[in-house]
Design a protein around this ligand. Structure first.
Ligand code: ATP
Length: 892
């Protein structure tokens, strides 16, 4: 059907919908059944089976399988079957880890999928865009992406950028009239908006005419599927390191094999041992465990209300040195309530809480009836008219649909007994120029019942003052001379110094035949009526969050469009503005170059009355000073700064789709404290990755060295291949995963941010890996030698002792890995996952040592009680020797 050729009433009929109340839930269900979900089909996904088999494509695993096959052919059935079983088990573990990582990434994608405002059963509600059906009524405004193809039925200066479809980046103005062109191109469809296109200005309402693959976007969807790489810098570094480690491991393994053969071991025996050792020593599981740790951390962040949209941000979070945050809604509650009103020489106060529209007005502490106070009444009426929000009651509660600043103006008017629907019977709104953060005001062109036309403007008082030529004073319009300007300025400062956000209301009569086309034409030569001052209390948790950030070497900078004095008052309250720090205003910023800003930026804690485009300059200046910057934002114009920042943070509630798409982190609760929580988690995830990298590598070093030293010393193999593989699977795998879930160390937010260029082995990690690994290898060898030398005929028993010592040494060492400082610096049993992982690894070790049917498989013999003393004593050495040296250093 050609909806663009129809009048909107015809569209309503054709789509069997109702523009005033929308579809009902039943109709929606029915339509989803009929047309399916509003989704673009995705490309083929890797099947589970393929993913499972891909676990065995690793070269060394294939060599191991081949070697096992040979040993099977040579009659070593038990060994062959056992090794294959372990390889399969390893594969299942790898499959499970990768699956889990993939699933959580998918869940993340769904969580950050856009929500749309839709009219259902007479109410505007938010639903995931997937649930939109044909006939749904959608509401959208600047910064939103359109969720489906819609025929526009209401347009307030609506402009849409359609480059995703047309390649044309100049926005197209949209209207509701029908088009006469029967087959216009997409770019000419001025009464239709398309899925995936972006609103750059204004707001509108549309009825859905096509969903999913039937949309214009659906037709070209195949072109859009791009898989963005989600690798983090650490993952990349580990990958490079992995290559080096493989080479080293292979070289050492080869050395073991060659020396072993030279020392008279059988070629076949050494070959299988060598391959097993190579499989064990190559940290092939590392990338998967890193992904699992990252995605588990990401899930933990979700519980703390932060969604990471781009995985690399998890790491960058840990490096953040400056957080630039919006004030309104992020540091404050965004629950505005008008408490003071000023006009001419008079100030009124009004009481009441939140959006509850009950409260009384007072002048000089005397209760007044607003209707009797002309200027007050006019200010309240215009504040209610020049307004785009709505307050409705649901179960005793008053709910705001729209901008809290406007909500406060509605409530103040409602407290005076005014009602918007009744006002709209007296006044007709002819045109609206929506609010934007750069102009800092909004205007309407209205007509009253007597046919008189007005422009009504509301906005930031200092800005409005600049476009007023007169002022309402003692009930009369008077010229805004210097004296009056100073008095208004004093009134603004007075309100702002009490941390009140201020909105001025102004108007001008115009003749009935004037056509106002642009905001420039509307917003000049106005008469100022008065100012409403509203409180927006700080969020209670922000003060502590700012303090914690400070201790963690992270500076907090407030960036706000609000008045400088209001900003200062709140920044002072939150501990952001100190005696030494500076405040810079938007107008100064406009005149500075990035270089000039760079020279002072370290000292600035508050940027006030800024426009979104200033944010980019601030990010650049801070980055040039070597900072890793987190920058928040919500509007379309914030997107460039969000993108340029190292960590772009978008607001989940008030944020536009465009801001969210540009961001790497979305705050579900718009709360500053959540950024802090995410940074803390980001630091912890990185530390946890370091912990298990350290554990796994030290274990591998130990495994290789014990074999190498034994060969050099001309001894028999201290471990048989299946034991090596078992250690690799059981002792290494589970505890390493548990380390990935470790809680942060106490001082994680008391040290400075990490350098983003830090290598994997920095901060002593390399030394820890080598020293612990070396000691683990040595004690295992000593345990083996003691038993073997005592009675060389007891080789299998000595191997069992070596196996147990190696396992025990690693399981004790894993507790050491929990701290960067020492095993003694935190409660070793604080991580319950780790305790259980260690208990299960121990149990599995006991099973293969003491369960008779498994003894021939693992070449083990039951260890006697007295030998456990030797095992425990030796296996504690690597950890406690170094803990002792730590204590010694500490007491010195
Ligand atoms: P932040 O950047 O911290 O979120 P903000 O919300 O105060 O700060 P803007 O939304 O850009 O920043 O608002 C700037 C100023 O514009 C406000 O101080 C207020 O005076 C005025 N203002 C805000 N909202 C409206 C609105 N809906 N209509 C008219 N003026 C508004």
């Amino acid at each position: 059907m050609k909806f663009h050729e129809m009048e909107i009433e015809q569209v309503e009929k054709a789509l069997e919908t109702d523009f005033s109340s929308g579809l009902t839930q039943e109709e929606v269900k029915e339509r989803i059944k009929q047309h399916g979900f509003n989704e673009l089909e995705e490309g083929e996904k890797q099947s589970a089976l393929l993913l499972f088999f891909s676990q065995f494509k690793d070269f060394m695993v294939l060599v191991l399988l081949a070697a096992t096959l040979i040993s099977g052919l040579l009659g070593e059935y038990i060994d062959a079957i056992a090794i294959i079983a372990i390889v399969i088990l390893n594969g299942i573990l790898g499959f499970y880890q990768e699956r889990r990582a993939e699933k959580s990434l998918q869940a993340l994608k769904e969580l950050s999928a856009p929500q749309v405002s839709v009219l259902r059963d007479g109410h505007w509600i938010k639903v995931p865009s997937k649930e939109i059906v044909i006939g749904d009524i959608l509401k959208f405004s600047s910064g939103d992406r359109i969720g489906a193809d819609v025929r526009i039925i209401e347009s307030n200066s609506l402009e849409i950028e359609e480059s995703a479809l047309t390649g044309e980046s100049v926005p197209v103005a949209k209207h509701i009239d029908c088009l006469s062109n029967p087959s216009p191109g997409i770019g000419d469809m001025e009464n239709t908006a398309f899925m995936g296109t972006m609103i750059t200005r204004g707001s509108g309402i549309g009825v859905v005419i096509a969903t999913g693959m039937k949309t214009a976007m659906g037709q070209i969807a195949g072109l859009l599927q791009s898989a963005e790489s989600q690798e983090t810098p650490l993952q990349r570094r580990l990958e490079q390191l992995g290559k080096i480690l493989i080479t080293v491991a292979l070289f050492l393994t080869l050395l073991v094999v060659v020396i072993g053969i030279m020392r008279g071991h059988e070629i076949y025996e050494m070959f299988l041992a060598g391959v097993s050792l190579a499989v064990a020593a190559i940290p092939e599981g590392l990338p998967a465990i890193v992904t699992v740790a990252l995605s588990l951390g990401v899930q933990k962040m979700i519980r703390q209300k932060a969604i990471v949209r781009k995985l690399p941000a998890v790491e960058t979070l840990g490096c953040a040195s400056v957080i630039c945050s919006d004030k309104t809604g992020t540091m404050t509650q965004n629950k505005m309530t008008v408490t003071h009103l000023w006009s001419g020489e008079q100030t009124w106060t009004v009481d009441g809480i939140g959006y509850q529209p009950t409260g009384d007005f007072y002048r000089n502490k005397q209760k007044v009836i607003p209707k009797d106070e002309k200027a007050l009444q006019q200010m309240l009426i215009f504040g209610m008219l020049c307004n785009h929000s709505d307050i409705y009651q649901e179960d005793e509660e008053y709910i705001l649909d729209g901008d809290p600043t406007e909500g406060a103006l509605l409530v103040s008017a409602m407290k005076a007994g005014l009602n918007r629907s009744k006002l709209l019977e007296e006044f007709t709104i002819i045109k609206e120029f929506p609010f934007d953060s750069a102009r800092k005001m909004m205007s309407i062109h209205v007509k009253d019942k007597q046919g008189r036309h007005f422009i009504v403007t509301k906005g930031a008082p200092d800005v409005i003052l600049g476009i007023c030529e007169s002022i309402l004073w003692d009930g009369k319009s008077q010229f805004l001379n210097q004296d009056k300007q100073t008095r208004v300025q004093n009134a603004i400062n007075n309100l702002a110094s009490n941390a009140l956000r201020t909105i001025a209301i102004a108007f001008k009569p115009i003749s009935h035949n004037t056509v106002i086309l642009s905001e420039q034409e509307a917003e000049n030569k106005l008469t100022l009526i008065g100012i409403q001052g509203m409180i927006d209390p700080p969020r209670p948790e922000v003060k502590d969050a700012v303090k914690e950030c400070k201790a963690a070497g992270i500076k907090t900078v407030m960036i706000t469009g609000d008045h400088v004095i209001t900003a200062k008052a709140i920044a002072g309250e939150l501990g952001i503005l100190t005696k030494k720090s500076k405040v810079v205003e938007g107008k100064e910023l406009s005149q500075m170059t990035v270089e000039e800003l760079e020279a002072v930026v370290e000292d600035v804690s508050v940027f006030a009355r800024v426009s979104p485009e200033h944010k980019l300059k601030i990010v650049r200046a801070l980055q040039n000073r070597g900072h890793i910057v987190a920058m928040t934002g919500d509007g379309v114009n914030d997107a460039p700064a969000i993108k340029a920042a190292d960590i772009g943070v978008a607001m989940g509630i008030t944020g536009t789709d465009v801001a969210k798409e540009a961001s790497s982190l979305v705050l579900l609760d718009d709360n500053f404290a959540t950024i802090k929580a995410a940074i803390k988690e980001g630091r912890n995830i990185y530390e946890n990755i370091r912990k298990f990298v350290r554990y796994l590598l030290a274990s591998n070093v130990g495994e290789i060295l014990v074999m190498l030293f034994a060969m050099i010393l001309g001894m028999p193999l201290p471990l048989v291949p299946i034991q090596i593989l078992w250690v690799n699977l059981v002792t290494d795998g589970l505890p390493a995963m548990a380390l990935g879930l470790d809680q942060p160390e106490e001082n994680v937010m008391r040290r400075g941010p990490r350098s983003p260029n830090e290598g994997v082995f920095s901060r002593g990690l390399g030394w820890k890996v080598i020293s612990r690994g070396f000691l683990i290898g040595i004690v295992t060898l000593i345990a083996f030698m003691i038993i073997y030398h005592n009675d060389p005929s007891q080789l299998e028993y000595a191997q069992t002792i070596a196996f147990a010592t190696l396992v025990m040494a690693q399981l004790i060492h894993v507790f050491d890995c929990r701290s960067e400082i020492s095993v003694l610096s935190r409660n070793p049993f604080g991580n319950k996952y780790l305790v259980w992982a260690v208990i299960s690894s121990l149990a599995l070790m006991f099973v293969v040592i003491y369960y008779p049917p498994l003894q021939p498989v693992f070449h083990t013999l039951p260890i006697q009680a007295k030998d456990w003393l030797l095992i425990i004593g030796l296996s504690s050495v690597p950890t406690f020797l170094l803990a002792g040296s730590f204590l010694l250093r500490k007491t010195k």
